[in-house]
Design a protein. Structure first.
Length: 353
């Protein structure tokens, strides 16, 4: 054998030894990465694609097979489901963030899975989670931020759920990370997402009693949702609107209800002011501009419909309002009937996010 042949053998042996050493150390070689497959598919594991430019500061996250993700499917409820719905919307597959995994959410999951070459079963398992999550940090905006804010709030560290990652959200994330022995950098990356959606020890229990929750639809404010919950379980959900189409909380007579938790101050079936008929009176609330700054206080806020003072309908099919939450007449009567049956709890609140 000639000198060139011996040299080739030595190079090949060195390469093989290096690959073996990398394997022993647990470091993947490029070939190993290319060979990684999604469970139940014949497709290689895919990195999540970058978010749309409307969400600056958010970037895609690759798969990590070392994490244990919860499996979510039709029939599941809760904050993790709401997070999936927000993340799907952020990825271009709109899903109503009501925390209920129904047929529409399953359809959105399947569409996302097809796009990312995953098993199209409508079940959110480890591979779908890995493709779905995106890293969000200070300066990020959009549905992925809202998902993180809702989860960190559900885990006992209140954050304003406005879709804007500001200093308050960063502080809440850091507190959560410290509690769960994660690097307290205020960035919601794969490990923090994983801890948030798994709901480890220290999560807050479902609130007792009745409460109302208004979930804003960022792409169509007039197609938002008002829901009634009892002991953390959904009782009834209604289509609702707030404002005249603007998502600015401080746009008087145009913007929607400011985010936050409201005390219910009272209710009437024959109110006779600018707001007539069936109406639930809410406390005043400071508003926040799109830049996250406080812009004053919004007052004269209600949950109502378009009626006469005696509750007769003047409904024309519009969910637009001057900032109050507006329901269809039949829906607000249904809501009143359910709350009357519960004797109008004195501690009734409304959460807006």
């Amino acid at each position: 054998m000639n000198t060139k042949y011996h040299t080739g053998l030595r190079i090949a042996a060195a390469a093989a030894a290096s690959a073996g050493l990398l394997s022993v150390l647990g470091l993947a070689t490029p070939a190993g990465i290319a060979a990684a497959h999604d469970a139940g598919t014949t497709h290689p594991a895919h990195l999540a694609q970058p978010l749309h430019a409307a969400h600056p500061g958010a970037k895609a996250v690759g798969a990590s097979h070392a994490r244990n993700w919860p499996t979510l499917r039709s029939g599941n409820r809760g904050p993790a489901v709401s997070a999936v719905q927000h993340l799907l919307t952020a990825r271009g597959h709109a899903a109503t963030a009501d925390g209920v995994f129904g047929s529409r959410t399953a359809s959105a999951v399947k569409a996302f899975q097809r796009q990312h070459h995953l098993r199209t079963d409508g079940v959110v398992g480890a591979n779908t989670w890995n493709a779905l999550i995106v890293t969000v940090r200070s300066g990020s905006r959009g549905h992925a931020v809202t998902a993180a804010q809702q989860l960190v709030t559900a885990r006992g560290h209140a954050a304003k759920t406005d879709g804007m990652f500001g200093s308050g959200t960063a502080s809440a994330v850091k507190a959560f990370q410290r509690q769960h022995h994660l690097p307290a950098d205020g960035i919601v990356g794969p490990n923090t997402w994983n801890a948030l959606v798994n709901g480890p020890a220290g999560t807050t229990p479902a609130p007792r009693g009745y409460r109302l929750k208004f979930t804003k639809n960022w792409s169509a404010p007039g197609n938002s949702k008002l829901a009634l919950y009892h002991d953390g379980r959904l009782v009834k959900s209604y289509r609702a609107g707030s404002g005249m189409g603007s998502t600015d909380e401080c746009a008087t007579k145009l913007g929607w209800l400011p985010s936050g938790t409201y005390k219910v101050l009272g209710h009437q079936t024959n109110r006779n002011t600018a707001i007539k008929g069936y109406a639930i009176h809410l406390e005043d609330k400071p508003c926040h501009t799109k830049q996250g700054k406080t812009g004053g206080t919004r007052g004269d806020l209600f949950i109502h419909s378009n009626m006469t003072k005696n509750g007769e309908s003047r409904w024309r099919g519009s969910y637009k309002s001057y900032g109050c939450i507006k329901l269809a007449p039949a829906d607000i009567k249904n809501l009143f009937a359910r709350l009357s049956q519960a004797h109008w709890p004195k501690n009734l609140t409304l959460q807006v996010s």
